[in-house]
Structures are given as structure tokens and as C-alpha cells.
Write a protein that binds this ligand. Structure first.
Ligand SMILES: *Cc1c(COP(=O)(O)O)cnc(C)c1O
Length: 388
């Protein structure tokens, strides 16, 4: 019997011409975005949020590239993600946002990770573990100033200073999270800043952090001691009512499997949701919802309709989706592209140019965050830069 070498759980490299889509990831743009965010955060220490596989771009690539740019603090959502980050960032401070799961303290200590404690139960467990180990392990404390999701309530936060358990470990960070920082005029922003300041005043020696990507750009400048951007690092616009100050990090090309003419009154795709009113040329791309391209970007209507639906750029021309996005395929209307400029095997742009991640999200009725974090595992991934 042939002996097979054991499979590792890292993705094997997929050759570009064997993949339905090619994802281009620019690690120099990522590093440049981090520097831009740091400069906008008034020079305070700036972390990087690398949860969800660094918003889809690959935690093992993103963390070293950010480290070379000067970033030394990282936030993830899960303990498992923190362990992956630690493997490529031996000296960084790594925080786990989602709180302390019961019975996991020893793993935090083993990998030198910091939980973000979000309840008195979390605090008690971390304090008891620290006492038992005889070490003042580091942790953050999260105060909920409006999200009603994770963290101590503000009244609970105001009592923290009297909590004897706080002597058992080191509170390395006091943090909260904005509800709507991307809406620069939302009055909730100021309310949250004021509530956070009230708690912070009771623990004046603890470094504080409030701003996500959009929070960095608020006129109130709630930078405190540490900024925590995620989305903007990856090219998302933190200031939706203004020009995007960030560089694009992610590009996606889909490959054309076939081209065909569809006759008048014929439909395209599952359930016949798109009708050709004139004879149309359709290109079928080898990318679908199983690649994380949202099915909600399907185009239901008739040829020539202006639909809020997916788009591709083919030979410099915007081409609308036609019909439902399938599991593995997307059909687009390329009738307006000169026939000799598009052929089987060509790639078309699905993310890039005017099709920013924000725009792709909008066209799918969602946000760019969801586009990024669903970037599929079947794409060939081509990284550039990242050398500092
Ligand atoms: C995800 C997250 C961030 C980063 O937010 P962006 O909007 O992606 O910049 C910061 N803080 C917390 C608590 C988060 O959950």
C-alpha cells in the first residue's frame, strides 16, 4: 500500500489557472493602511484587529506584515485565532475579544494571551486562576456603553475600582466598542464616549481603548491610549460619507468558463429569474456562492434593467450579473463588450477598481465586512509585498 503523507490543515497552494477565481492580496497596502490609521489616531498606539482570519485575507500573512510595519498589539475574536496569531507573532500582545470561555485560562497562560473579560464571572475566573498560579496575568476589561452584547454594564463598570479581584491580575486595558461610529453625526457616539470616560475616571492608571476604524475618524477624536482598527486596514472605507482614505488590499478575479448567446425571451440561470429582451451574450464565471460571493447579489429582472445586483468589470467595462448566483457559477451580460475582447479562460474583475469591497457589499444588500470575511477557500491566493 502506498503511504500517504499526512495532510496539514493549511491550505495547499492552488495554481492560478486551476482555480475559478484568483484573489490578489496586497500586504504593502495593508501595512500602508495601518500607518495611515496610526497617523489619524493622533500618534497613540495602534493595534490591528485580525479576527476572522484577518477579515478573510489570511491571519498568517497579515500578522507578520503588520508586525513589520510596527504593529505590536493584535485583537482576535476566538482563542483558536489567538493561538494562530501567536505562532507568527511571538512577542506581540494578543487579546481575545469574545470573552473568557470557562476552563480555558490555562490555554491563555500557555500561549501568553490576554482575554477581554466581559462579565464579573469572567473576572472571577481569571482572578482565581491568577491567584492559583501566583502570577498577575494580563487581561482587558470590556465595558458595554451601548451595544448590549459583550461587557460589563456602565453601572457595573463604575463599581470595578472596589472589586478585590482586580488585585489578583493586571488590567492591561479598559475598552468599549462603538455602536455606529461610521455615522459621524450619530449622537450615540458622544454618549458612548461620555459613559466610557466616566468608567475610565475610576481607573485612571489603566490604558483605555474605544475607537474601531471609523471611531478613529470621529471629530471627538476618541483615541485614548490605543486604537483598534479592523475593516479599514483591509481597504474598507471608515468614512462612508467621504472619500475612502484607505488603499485597496483585496482584488478578486473570476475566470470565464464559457460564453454563449442567449436568444430573445430566453431566461438565464436557476428559476429563470432574468429574461433576455434582446439577443444577449452571456459569460459564465467559475465563481459562486460556495466561494463566499453572496447569492443576494443575484440579478432578478430583464436585460437592460438597472438593478441593485452584482457587477463585473470585463475589458474595462462594467457588466451586470444576469440571473441567480449559483453555488459554483455566476452569469454576466457581456453583450456590450466587443466580441473579440472577451473569450473563454479570461478573467474578469469581481473586486477591484470601482468595484470596491464597500460597493460589492452594497450591491449584495450587505456590508463590505461580510464580503471580506467570506472570501472563499477555493480561490488561488496571490500575495504581494509584506516585507516591511
Ligand atoms: C471587530 C472589532 C473591532 C474592529 O472594528 P472595525 O469596524 O472592523 O474597525 C474593534 N473592536 C471590537 C471590540 C471589535 O469587535
Amino acid at each position: 500500500m502506498t503511504k500517504h503523507t499526512s495532510q496539514t490543515n493549511t491550505l495547499r497552494e492552488i495554481p492560478e489557472n486551476a482555480a475559478g477565481g484568483v484573489l490578489h492580496i496586497d500586504l504593502d497596502a495593508l501595512a500602508s493602511n495601518w500607518r495611515t490609521l496610526r497617523d489619524n489616531a493622533g500618534g497613540v498606539d495602534t493595534a490591528a484587529v485580525v479576527k476572522a482570519n484577518a477579515y478573510g485575507i489570511g491571519i498568517e500573512k497579515a500578522v507578520p506584515a503588520l508586525g513589520k510595519a510596527g504593529c505590536s498589539t493584535f485583537f482576535v475574536a476566538h482563542l483558536s485565532e489567538a493561538i494562530r496569531a501567536r505562532a507568527v507573532a511571538p512577542d506581540a500582545a494578543i487579546y481575545v475579544l469574545n470573552g473568557l470561555f470557562p476552563g480555558t485560562c490555562a490555554s491563555y497562560a500557555e500561549f501568553d494571551l490576554r482575554p477581554v473579560l466581559g462579565s464579573f464571572e469572567d473576572i472571577e475566573e481569571w482572578a482565581a486562576f491568577s491567584r492559583a498560579e501566583g502570577r498577575r496575568f494580563k487581561a482587558a476589561i470590556h465595558v458595554d456603553t451601548g451595544m448590549n452584547r459583550l461587557g460589563l454594564t456602565v453601572p457595573q463598570g463604575l463599581t470595578l475600582k472596589d472589586l478585590k479581584e482586580l488585585n489578583d491580575f493586571e488590567t492591561a486595558l479598559l475598552m468599549s466598542h462603538f455602536v455606529s461610529a461610521e455615522e459621524s453625526d450619530n449622537s450615540l457616539n458622544l454618549q458612548q464616549i461620555e459613559a466610557f470616560n466616566a468608567v475610565r475616571a475610576t481607573l485612571p492608571d489603566v490604558p483605555a481603548s474605544l475607537a474601531n476604524s471609523s471611531g478613529i475618524f470621529l471629530k471627538e477624536k476618541p483615541h485614548f491610549n490605543l486604537a483598534r482598527p479592523g475593516y479599514a486596514l483591509y481597504g474598507g472605507n471608515p468614512t462612508p460619507d467621504r472619500t475612502n482614505p484607505m488603499k485597496p488590499v483585496v482584488g478578486l478575479e473570476g475566470r470565464i468558463s464559457q460564453l454563449r448567446w442567449v436568444e430573445v425571451d430566453h431566461t438565464v440561470g436557476y428559476n429563470g429569474r432574468w429574461l433576455a429582451l434582446t439577443r444577449r451574450r452571456i459569460a459564465t464565471l467559475s465563481v459562486g456562492y460556495a466561494d463566499g460571493y453572496p447569492r443576494a447579489a443575484s440579478a432578478h429582472g430583464k436585460s437592460g434593467d438597472e438593478l441593485l445586483a452584482g457587477m463585473a468589470i470585463v475589458a474595462g467595462q462594467a457588466c451586470p450579473f444576469a440571473g441567480n448566483v449559483s453555488m459554483d457559477l455566476i452569469t454576466i451580460d457581456v453583450t456590450d463588450v466587443p466580441e473579440d475582447q472577451v473569450k473563454r479562460g479570461d478573467t474578469v474583475t469581481l473586486i477591484g477598481g470601482d468595484l470596491t469591497i464597500d460597493e460589492v457589499g452594497r450591491r449584495a444588500g450587505t456590508i463590505g465586512y461580510e464580503i471580506l470575511t467570506n472570501l472563499g477557500a477555493r480561490y488561488a491566493r496571490v500575495y504581494r509585498g509584506g516585507d516591511g
